[in-house]
Design a protein around this ligand. Sequence first.
Ligand SMILES: [Mg+2]
Length: 309
Amino acid sequence: MGADRPRVLIVDDERSNISILGNLLQDECDVIVATDGEGALRRATADGQAVPDLILLDVMMPGMDGYEVCRRLKEVPETRDIPVIFITAMGAEEDEASGLRIGAVDYVTKPFSPAILKMRIRTHVELKRLRDHWQRLSTIDALTQVANRRRFDETLEVAWRHASRQEEPLALIMVDVDHFKAYNDHYGHPAGDDCLRRVAAALSAEVRRAGDLFARYGGEEFACLMPAVDVDGAETVARRMCAAVRGLHVRHEHPAVMGNLSISVGVAAVIPSCSQGSEVLVREADRQLYAAKNSGRNRLCAGTMGGRD
Ligand SMILES: [Mg+2]
């Protein structure tokens, strides 16, 4: 299975239709199949495997029909963006219109021309991959290749609402590279960029849970969002981050520093209440970060909301 081969899910209750389409596509696609609606939904979420790049969907099937399958796929974030092409004998104009209305990208009536169908499939797979690519780029920081501020802001809102519903804590680590302006002044911006890349890689390597998000917050600031973690748990990670940057042994020989590069860190955690906005968590982590800066840098300060320092 080549990684570049598109993964196409064929859904049809008639085996003969599946083999016609399968034979048509097998030289350029990895084909998976389902023979009813429930099977299609299971295959589309793929048991932890990659979701399909495209679904060819029969309309008339016993039990759940193709329209219902498509509707359900469009309801769920994980499957919403998979392009669906209906392939059906139902050629009436209103059938086609309703197929497109519920979100299919194309509607092909039988009998179809294999060559034309193949080209349409190619086009839709290419468009889908292009969209995936742009979506990835729009959430990644170009310099450091970690998540960008936009992704952080979006994730914070989702995590905040989730924590509020679950009555779970949400922790935030804010990191600032010490004397970074002096570093840029002393070594120049290309070296400063390189330094930020190394720091970002070292910090993100300490973020190991799948649900955590590490992002560049702006300039020489980084942030790590940790759902269902209290202040002590986040502090443990923050200590590892400080040690990781120390372990880089990046020299900082600006006269005002004369030592190794270090970071200051602020840690905060809160169990959100619905009356508060997520900015209270950011404000508290910022407050802790400034406390770390003001008490001499190269250290971390942690606190729960309105609680201990
Ligand atoms: Mg059928």
